[in-house]
Write a protein that binds this ligand. Structure first.
Ligand code: E4P
Length: 220
């Protein structure tokens, strides 16, 4: 499973990359606006920090505008993946951009039928939002399971990116469901490390070691 960070914060990205487990980044207009810097320059900086797919979202709502913005975004860096919303215009833009070899992440996917449209339009990635479905009383993870199964039935190459993940359990369940990618806030990535038995075990190992040896086994 690929791990993406769902943030535009450069400090969080640097820290995640230093752990050696970050494969890419997703941004959206809300996350970019939170950082308050010029959009293209910001995406360029992210591309310098993370060597992997970087999703950057169009803000036009008509297909022609999305296609033109998508082309500009794709010029920023070879790793930029253009994000288009799952609307009629977004699917038209996805189809047009994909035909030109520009990789598209279709975002705001909330149903298996919408995911089928994204795959048929040639999307490189589809982003079903788990947490936002949970928020309105649905089981968001069911959507991931359905899309993975449908894409498998027909051999669609579109990657399933589990988005709007809010907890380590969301990440684990997405992995069990077979999502290709999980994108998560930095806080959730950090939480995946935690287990009280790891801390307790390490503490005991070091105490037992110190009872017998004064130095570390390898000089360094
Ligand atoms: C990712 O591409 C989405 O923009 C993101 O996961 C949305 O997460 P949220 O529902 O927590 O805002």
């Amino acid at each position: 499973m690929e791990f993406f960070l769902d943030t535009a914060n450069l400090d969080e990205l640097r820290k995640g990359v230093s752990w050696g487990i970050v494969d890419g980044v997703t941004t959206n207009p809300t996350l970019i606006a939170k950082e308050g810097k010029p959009f293209e320059e910001h995406i360029r900086e992210i591309c310098e920090i993370v060597d992997g797919d970087i999703s950057a979202e169009v803000v036009a709502t008509d297909s022609a505008g999305m296609i033109s913005q998508g082309k500009e975004l794709a010029k920023i860096h070879k790793n930029v993946v253009v994000k288009c919303p799952l609307t009629r215009d977004g699917i038209m833009a996805t189809s047009a951009l994909s035909k030109e070899g520009i990789r598209v992440n279709v975002t705001l996917c909330f149903s298996p039928g919408q995911a089928l449209l994204a795959a048929k339009a040639g999307a490189y990635i589809v982003s079903p939002f788990v947490g936002r479905l949970d928020d309105i009383g649905y089981t968001g993870m069911e959507l991931i399971r359905s899309i993975v199964q449908i894409y498998k039935n027909y051999g669609y190459k579109t990657k399933v990116l589990a988005a709007s993940l809010r907890s380590p359990t969301h990440v684990i369940d997405s992995a069990l469901a077979g999502a290709d990618i999980g994108t998560m806030p930095f806080k959730v990535l950090d939480m995946l490390f935690n287990h009280p038995l790891t801390d307790k075990g390490l503490d005991q190992f070091l105490k037992d070691w110190a009872k017998v040896f004064q130095e570390t086994p390898v000089a360094g």
